[in-house]
Design a binder for this molecule. Structure first.
Ligand code: SF4
Ligand code: SF4
Length: 429
């Protein structure tokens, strides 16, 4: 009963804080523009199974990809054990799911095995970040705060796994005669490194509470961290772009304008319409999917690593685009919730992302191809360029000349339409 007396208020507090954070994020989503990437459910489910659950893109880097995939699958297996701990805490029982027979043995065995695998994986990830200084984990967009966040999240996961191992190990000692569940590695270790039953009971209680409190803290830390992808990666892949990467979506604002122009009475139809933005200037112009991409981005740098503009020394880093969207939303979003006309005379395009960055993109789509979360960078980059061209008339000189030629000559070249057949004269007999 004492356990429930402490556990239930802690659980309620965790849910309350988590609910507050989710509501705040929901309000930010409401600022963004609508989009509807929901058609073709079967295709989306297959994509999610392949890319999110099967980790197919992560596995393109065989060793580190496999380690990440093991950590991901391990998390899924361990989550069932965490749900059981919550049920134990609420009901005051031990091993709430133990009636599930062989399935329970499977859950406990996979949870036990994966706890050790995840510890190895996290240690490798920390070594790569802190000792080997892998190049893609740095860049102008990654501040010391971003780097600290990455380390804190990894250390929290390590803490959770160590306490879980302690839990399984002490459980194997204290219940040696009637062990519920199957803990292949911890039981073996318990037979090699054993302690007194009473001490094992203390270690068990300490690890149980440390582990569950760690989960509560971790769950509330994640939404503020790049590790929010733990929650969002599966839905983000589900809602990702199904079209060929090179296909540019039409601008709904332009389509609407064209339809109005072609209607018999454009002025009458236009009377109730609000003038919309052409392209993306700031966070209120992005779609909810763009914002979800920014929250899901793990800042892994795989996109920047393959970006030809970045490799050849240009200022553009595709990862920075989504880091900037998230930062700008944190900056302006809460004020927009209070006042939808709020302005601080800054904008995403210009103050966060420069023209130089935007026009450096070759739209090759290597970034989108490589991103393990199926984020599409070029579409957002092009929407920002559309704003610059259509609303500001700002484009590099070469492109401006081409626009003028298309307008005047109906072709990108500087020749009059009347001269189009001039080249045939040389071939006349
Ligand atoms: S956009 Fe994708 S590839 Fe780029 S850093 Fe984020 S998760 Fe990694
Ligand atoms: S599409 Fe643009 S941002 Fe993406 S890799 Fe190519 S050049 Fe870089």
């Amino acid at each position: 009963m004492a356990k429930q007396f402490i556990f239930i208020p802690l659980l309620l507090l965790t849910i309350l804080i988590f609910g507050f954070t989710l509501n705040r994020i929901w309000q930010l989503f409401k600022i963004t523009k609508a989009t509807n990437p929901t058609q073709d459910m079967v295709k989306r489910l297959i994509l999610t199974l392949k890319i999110a659950m099967g980790q197919s893109k992560i596995l393109r880097k065989p060793f580190i990809g496999f380690m990440h995939a093991l950590v991901f699958w391990g998390f899924l297996a361990i989550t069932l054990g965490s749900i059981e701990m919550v049920m134990d805490g609420i009901t005051g029982k031990e091993h709430f799911f133990s009636n599930f027979g062989w399935f329970y043995s499977l859950i406990t065995a996979s949870g036990d095995l994966f706890a050790y695998i995840i510890v190895i994986g996290i240690l490798i990830f920390l070594i790569r970040r802190k000792i080997l200084h892998i190049k893609r984990f740095s860049g102008i967009e990654l501040t010391s705060k971003n780097k600290l966040d990455a380390s804190v999240a990894l250390l929290l996961i390590l803490f959770l796994m160590v306490t879980l191992i302690g839990l399984n190990w002490s459980n194997s000692i204290k219940n040696e005669a009637v062990l519920t569940g199957w803990f292949p590695v911890s039981s073996y270790l318990a037979s090699v490194f054993s302690i007194e039953q009473t001490l094992a009971l203390c270690v068990y209680q300490l690890c149980w509470w440390s582990h569950i409190l760690g989960i509560f803290i971790f769950a509330n830390y994640l939404p503020y961290s790049k590790h929010f992808h733990v929650f969002l990666s599966i839905p983000n892949v589900y809602f990702s772009n199904l079209e060929p990467l090179t296909k540019l979506p039409n601008m709904s604002s332009v389509t609407r304008e064209v339809k109005l122009m072609m209607s018999p009475n454009p002025y009458q139809q236009n009377s109730n319409e609000t003038i919309s933005r052409f392209g993306v200037q700031d966070v209120e112009d992005i779609t909810w999917k763009n914002y979800m991409d920014s929250l899901t981005c793990t800042q892994c740098g795989r996109c920047t690593e393959v970006c030809p503009a970045n490799i050849t020394g240009k200022k553009l880093s595709p990862r920075k685009i989504f880091v900037d969207v998230r930062n700008r939303m944190n900056d302006k979003g809460p004020k927009l919730i209070k006042d939808k006309h709020y302005t601080d005379n800054k904008s995403l395009v210009g103050d966060f992302i420069s023209m130089e960055e935007l026009w450096a993109c070759t739209t090759c789509n290597a970034c989108a191809q490589e991103c393990p979360l199926n984020i599409s960078h070029p579409n957002l980059i092009i929407d920002m360029r559309r704003y610059l061209v259509l609303e500001k008339g700002l484009a590099p000189t070469g492109i401006k000349t081409m626009f003028a030629n298309i307008e005047n000559n109906g072709a990108p070249w500087q020749f009059s339409p009347q001269d189009r057949l001039e080249w045939t004269k040389d071939n006349e007999q």
